[in-house]
Design a protein around this ligand. Structure first.
Ligand code: ATP
Ligand code: MG
Length: 574
């Protein structure tokens, strides 16, 4: 499996050489932090985690695990208007589900508000920060552009005393929102625009989900993050590439305050996945505008959505290992996640019978009212998984796709006059079909069975090419089956013409709900139960299931061999 835009060699390289681990190895060798390795995963509690965050979780917690180090879970909660306790709880649940534990090491940037405030005072006293009273528009105007230097604020040369006075009064809540900000005094002509006297604090009379009304001022990300890392004695602060330009400010704050030893920031490529968007800001829009059924909609790339759909933490961790940690952005094929899921469930998911698009089969020479039971193994290669009894009777459901009145070449399933195997049961031969008089559609297939093929093999060595799954009609349990497709119609949903956005390329057919039938053993499965519907794919019982009325989510198909054959035949003809 190659990620897009990477050759197989490059891909293998990315997996093997994780440049961050090389940096850590070198720090250990030099003794930069003694033998200490400390990382952190720093989500902002302003939405649910997505699979991009899983990459960061696996990286940070994985390093702590492999180096006998520590990894903190730190909520970066400095923007109270967008954050909530609901998100804090959801994030904790998702990190745990991914299989990682932070133990006692749960922190909140808001725990450091007092310390951060004291650091700001220190910068003011050093003449390295000032209170600026320009409005937001003016600040933007004064900042200059990528090609032109900025202009110094008229408030830049306020005395230390005046700055201390104003800043303490900002903290005391004396000014309305937007009246003043605290800015670092760096260089308005800096090539890196971020270094042109960045804002460190803003006034915001908004209650915080943890500190309540205690603070009318809140520190900015760039000031908070580096200092939180330093306070927690993080050694390697790992973030995504869009923070590359912020690194200079990260270093400036820590070095100006003279903190040592201190953490350093390293950037890696964020995960982009085909046919979806990975950004909380956009995912929130899908949820709030009702374009999906909540954060845990099984079509969402959120960890809660993936979990509900049936993706396992094992598969997601393998996926994160396989994509590796690189220094340049790329787009990973969604198919790779499905590949990891199949690899995981192939060994451990019970094989069961479910028919998602039912077609009735009547076995005309089977006794009316007769029935029998077959013992089916749960896994053909793993006896330890055990077996269960599956009832058989005169009327069954088979898959609509498994019958063609006019079979194309190399179609080996059922068609008039042809004999196939009903899995583990009997050979049957199609003798007749019943059609809906109105539509001409086949609504029943009539077959005869050969009683001498019990168990699904023939004493005379006669072979059949097709094997079908089935359920006994009178014993079958009705199930709601939810078949999912990609959430967006194009690989990169952000790549749309002017005037459109990603919501214009939502796949209207991403969810198909069908009434299916499953074998009786599945009547009352627990939500989260994983199984393979034989020949169809991997499925997971949804929390909407009730006793006697299961609801199954299709996680992914098995690769459809027929579709592949059809395609390769078309290829040959062309
Ligand atoms: P989003 O863009 O989805 O809002 P974010 O970066 O704002 O994400 P945070 O809560 O700040 O979300 O992210 C926590 C950590 O997860 C950060 O270290 C961030 O770099 C990392 N992260 C976020 N998105 C991805 C991604 N797509 N791939 C890898 N890491 C990511
Ligand atoms: Mg962020």
């Amino acid at each position: 499996m190659a990620t897009q835009g990477q050759t197989p060699v490059e891909e293998a390289e990315a997996v093997r050489s994780n440049f961050i681990r090389e940096i850590i190895d070198s720090d250990l060798e030099k003794g930069t932090y003694g033998d200490k390795v400390a990382t952190r995963f720093p989500p902002e509690p302003n939405g649910y985690l997505h699979i991009g965050h899983a990459k960061s979780i696996c990286l940070n917690f994985g390093i702590a695990r492999d180096y006998s180090g520590t990894c903190n879970l730190r909520f970066d909660d400095t923007n109270p208007s967008k954050e909530s306790i609901e998100y804090v709880e959801a994030i904790k649940k998702d990190v745990q589900w991914m299989g990682f534990s932070w133990g006692e090491r749960q922190f909140f940037a808001s725990d450091y508000f007092e310390q951060l405030y004291q650091y700001a005072i220190q910068l003011i006293k050093m003449g390295k920060a000032y209170v600026c009273s320009l409005g937001p528009d003016e600040i933007r105007e004064y900042r200059g552009t990528l090609t032109e230097p900025g202009k110094e604020s008229p408030f830049r040369n306020r005395s230390v005393e005046e700055n201390l006075d104003l800043f303490t009064r900002m903290r005391a809540g004396e000014f309305p929102d937007g009246e003043h900000v605290l800015r670092a005094k760096i260089d308005m002509a800096a090539a890196n625009v971020i270094m042109r006297d960045p804002t460190l604090y803003r006034i915001k009379h908004v209650a915080h989900h943890r500190t309540g009304d205690a603070w009318p001022i809140y520190p900015m990300y760039d000031f908070t993050h580096c200092l939180s890392d330093a306070i927690e004695e993080i050694t390697h602060s790992l973030c995504t590439l869009e923070f590359e330009n912020n690194r200079e400010l990260y270093d400036w704050v820590l070095d100006t305050l003279g903190l040592s030893p201190r953490p350093y920031q390293y950037e890696f490529a964020r995960l982009n996945l085909t046919y979806t968007v990975l950004s909380k800001r956009r995912l929130i829009q899908l949820v709030e505008e009702g374009l999906v059924n909540g954060w845990d909609d099984p079509r969402m790339p959120t960890l809660s959505g993936l979990r509900r759909r049936g993706y396992t933490p094992e598969a997601i961790r393998t996926f994160c290992d396989k994509i590796g940690i690189a220094k340049s952005d790329n787009m990973v094929d969604y198919a790779m996640l499905d590949f990891c899921l199949r690899e995981d469930l192939n060994d451990r998911a019970p094989r069961v019978m479910g028919v998602v698009k039912p077609l009735k089969m009547v076995i005309t020479n089977y006794p009316e009212g007769g029935e029998e039971e077959f013992e089916f193994p749960y896994h053909p290669e793993d006896e330890a998984m055990g077996s269960r009894k599956v009832p058989f009777s005169r009327e069954l459901y088979i898959e609509q796709d498994d019958f063609r009145e006019d079979p194309p070449r190399k179609y080996f399933r059922l068609s008039p006059g042809r004999e196939v195997r009903l899995r583990y049961a009997y050979y049957v031969t199609c003798e007749d079909v019943i059609k809906d008089p109105a539509t001409g559609e086949v609504i029943e297939v009539h077959c005869t069975y050969d009683p001498k093929t019990k168990g699904g093999w023939s004493e005379d060595g006669r072979k059949v090419k097709g094997t079908l799954h089935w359920v006994s009609a009178k014993h079958a349990v009705q199930a709601e089956v939810r078949l999912y497709d990609k959430l967006f119609t194009q690989e990169n949903p952000m790549d749309v013409p002017e005037g459109q956005d990603f919501k214009d390329v939502i796949n209207a057919e991403s969810l198909e709900v069908v009434p299916g039938y499953v074998e009786p053993s599945l009547a009352s499965v627990e939500p989260g139960y994983h199984c393979q519907f034989e020949r169809l794919g991997y499925y997971c019982a949804d929390p909407d299931s009730t006793p006697g009325k299961p609801v199954f989510n299709r996680i992914t198909t098995l690769r459809d061999t027929w579709a592949r054959k059809e395609r390769s035949q078309q290829g040959k003809k062309a």
